[in-house]
Ligand binder design. Sequence first.
Ligand code: ACO
Length: 320
Amino acid sequence: MRTRIIGTGSCLPEMVVTNDDLSKIMDTSDEWISSRTGIRERRLVKEETTAAMSVTAAERAMKNAGVSPQEIDLIIVGTITGDYVTPSTACEVQAAIGADKAVAFDVNAACSGFMFALHIADAYLKTGIYRTALILGAETLSKIMDWNDRSTCVLFGDGAGAAVVRSDETGLLAYDQGSDGTRGKVLTCQNRKNNNPFVKNPIAFSYTQMDGQEVYKFAVTTVPASIRKVVEAAGLTIEDIDYFALHQANIRIIQSVAKRLKAPEEKFPTSLDHCGNISAASVPILLDEINRKGLLKPGMKIVLSGFGGGLTWGSAVLEW
Ligand code: ACO
């Protein structure tokens, strides 16, 4: 049996912030942002929370799959921006949708979070422990941005994406994932400061920091290698793949991966022009967008690939 995506859903916050909106509050321009990244606008939360967007995305995915909350055995949310340290976003989703039989927990693998959640769900489903899982990527990255640092804050957005997966005759054909903690410092966001009363000089809290060029080098070498590996493991060639749904970090990364794989850019759908980079939520939101456009037909071969902080990466080949 294989793990098959049987429904997708997503949720974006209402507020649209364009590059021009940003240029009114900081020294940047639509030209700088769009030419270097492909991002034109992003959605940022006002009142919405990571959990609330996750719940909406989950409900849409369950409706799309024709699955009720009582059928969900497992909920995994990939996120680095849960509303609470505890309870997990997954437990909040479980409570809100009434999936009372489900086991629920979050995974922290930054922009690879949805891919890691998919692989964990696959392991549970393959062993027969669970039959149906709800997996999500959800972020409110605007909370962890330094809004005085134009080199990072313009890149990111908020949102949530979800998929329902179930054991079936076809689905996930092959998977590759990896981590390299030795390079973790190229993309960081520190947790809350140590404020115990015995510490004289607590370490200051810092927001997201990134060495953009190092992240770029990591992405354009690791992602094509991971995709090649997983396509080969599935017994397929790059030409056999109908769509490559990649983490939406930067259009230049996507173009470079396409070039290195010798695959046409038309096979790389994007959402980053209107979403920006939403870390773990990028892949499931993009997947939901192309699913709802009717682009995915049974039998098609789809590559999903996430990569980012940790450093971490994960790629999968699915038969739709
Ligand atoms: N608006 C205007 N100017 C800016 C901005 C901005 N928003 N941000 C930086 N600049 C300026 C810098 O101050 C610098 O000016 P200087 O030359 O006078 O010092 C100049 O632009 C170049 O800055 P760099 O940081 O060197 O810009 P770079 O050309 O590397 O582009 C970018 C930055 C687009 C982030 C690039 O490094 C990149 O594509 N990185 C890939 C990583 C990525 O996309 N990460 C996303 C998150 S990680 C993930 O999801 C995996």
